[in-house]
Ligand binder design. Structure first.
Ligand code: ZN
Length: 204
């Protein structure tokens, strides 16, 4: 991270993990006066003085077109991606309107979208919360799921069948525990999947 001095707009957020990603920040574009329809330009990112990515953009009436080449890994073919990201607007207290980006995947209204795969999506979609928070979340789910299993007299391994209802426990209690465990375990696996599927992208 860094190397671009005061021009480095990836520092805008406060979450360091997110900041280190290739991001399109609508506040930056606004500040640069680049949000008007018809404007076009390019955005570049660098780390330690070395450029790590660049894209072109064209601002339309109702959104922004992002144009870039990417490949899944260093031996894959380059592919040109054109991604249109819609704008959304909310009124400002002091008049005028505030422009937001609508995440192409989840339709959330966001100020920043990030590329870690093929497309620029919001941090919710890419699970790009603070690294420690991100890992902590999964760890917490995992240990909760494991302790539920051992409480029921089973093994902590999520690969094993869910333990049977202990004698003396109400079915209602058991089913509740089972439901909670299932949703935690599923969420945890989903996080792990996200992590593994996040292929490295190269932008040019
Ligand atoms: Zn999203």
């Amino acid at each position: 991270m860094g190397g671009m001095g005061s021009g480095n707009w990836m520092r805008w957020g406060s979450k360091s993990t997110v900041d280190s990603q290739h991001a399109v920040d609508v506040r930056y574009l606004k500040k640069q006066g680049s949000l008007e329809a018809g404007k076009s330009g390019s955005l570049t990112w660098s780390r330690q003085g070395k450029q790590t990515g660049a894209i072109s953009y064209q601002v339309k009436e109702n959104g922004i077109m992002l144009i870039y080449n990417m490949r899944e890994n260093s031996s894959a073919e380059w592919e040109t991606v054109e991604q249109f990201v819609s704008f959304d607007y909310t009124p400002c207290n002091y008049g005028g309107k505030r422009t937001w980006l609508l995440c192409t995947h989840c339709n959330r209204r966001v100020t920043c979208i990030y590329v870690t795969g093929k497309y620029f999506l919001c941090r919710h979609c890419y699970g790009l919360n603070h690294q420690s928070q991100h890992e902590g979340y999964c760890d917490r789910l995992l240990s909760k799921a494991q302790s539920r299993r051992t409480k029921l007299g089973g093994s902590p391994s999520l690969g094993d069948l869910f333990p049977e209802k202990p004698k003396g426990m109400h079915w209602k209690t058991y089913h509740k525990l089972q439901d909670q465990a299932m949703s935690d375990e599923e969420a945890c696996f989903q996080k792990i999947d996200e992590y593994l599927n996040r292929f490295s992208s190269r932008l040019s």
